[in-house]
Design a protein around this ligand. Sequence first.
Ligand code: DQA
Length: 146
Amino acid sequence: MTARRLLLVNGPNLNMLGTRQPEIYGSTTLAQIEQRVAELAAESGFEVRAVQSNHEGALVDAIQAARQDCVGIIINPAAYSHTSVAIRDALSAAELPVVEVHLSNIHTREAFRHHSYVSAVAEVVIAGAGPAGYEYAVRYLAERKS
Ligand code: DQA
């Protein structure tokens, strides 16, 4: 099935955006990010399914489901970026273009954030652009030749 739908996945603690360490993550809420992504995607004829979970298995389930009815995945795996082989394997199995987004530049932060298990299975990695990173991700997937 080739529905023009994107999966937007946000991992643990990103439900706290807006109040969580605003000096690092800014003051934009997750609801505002999800709304902006949906609006921008709609301009290019895409629907968006937005999922946020603090639970690794729920994120794996959402990624597995995307294989059925999505054409691309935008994911901020948050702390699971640095720990989760399960999320990486789910993304590989989905066989969809993946854009990995981080609000902060993980490479200028603590050493344990410098490695992401997800990056090797992402077509594009965007880090440090704040909420605009999600917009760049939508633009990339909308303009990508499938
Ligand atoms: C993050 C960076 C991660 O290291 C961190 O665990 C997060 C958010 C980001 O968007 O900058 O929760 O993915």
